[in-house]
Design a binder for this molecule. Structure first.
Ligand SMILES: Cc1cc2nc3c(=O)[nH]c(=O)nc-3n(C[C@H](O)[C@H](O)[C@H](O)COP(=O)(O)OP(=O)(O)OC[C@H]3O[C@@H](n4cnc5c(N)ncnc54)[C@H](O)[C@@H]3O)c2cc1C
Length: 134
């Protein structure tokens, strides 16, 4: 994602290394994306699923339930944290927001708060776009 922002990766399509079809075929899984589990009935061993595109709801039974809903970026409760021009990067939609902000607003100076691997990648890529980065 940082390298798409920095234009080393030119095509957004190349951020997706699998499709539901290839992933399902490779691991013999039925992949149901755009499906949100809205509740769990542990007694009945069922989950309630909502198709977020069609609004359809249904229950699905399970023997074992593996729960892996991911995480959200931490936004410390600092004054101004929700102002325009402050971003977190965790997903492709986050990437789209950063990329279009750079294209539309043409900032000259970027500050990256985080010195982990992704922070370092995010510090490297603005340089490739000719932006000053701290
Ligand atoms: C910018 C960036 C670059 C990275 N680069 C690499 C890399 O090069 N190599 C690497 O190994 N790792 C990389 N990582 C780390 C890797 O992406 C994460 O560690 C990994 O995606 C975490 O997997 P996860 O399954 O825990 O969570 P996620 O990938 O966040 O998946 C959780 C999923 O659960 C879904 N979900 C949540 N609630 C529900 C619900 N109620 N019903 C249905 N679905 C639900 C979410 O929509 C999401 O799709 C990178 C991460 C970032 C942010």
């Amino acid at each position: 994602m940082p390298y798409y922002i920095g234009e080393t990766i030119e095509e957004r399509e190349n951020l997706f290394v699998q499709t539901p079809e290839t992933f399902g075929k490779r691991f013999n899984l039925e992949v149901r994306n755009f499906s949100e589990v809205t509740s769990i009935d542990r007694e009945a061993r069922q989950v309630m699923v909502k198709n977020i595109r069609t609004g359809e709801r249904y229950t699905e039974g399970y023997d074992k339930l593996v729960f892996s809903p991911g995480a959200e970026s931490v936004k410390p409760p600092l004054p101004g944290i929700n102002q325009e021009g402050i971003f977190t990067l965790r997903s492709v939609p986050d990437t789209d927001k950063i990329k279009s902000y750079i294209e539309e607003n043409k900032p000259r100076h970027v500050v990256v708060v985080d010195a982990g691997f992704i922070g370092l990648e995010m510090a490297e890529n603005p340089h490739d776009l000719g932006l000053e980065c701290d």
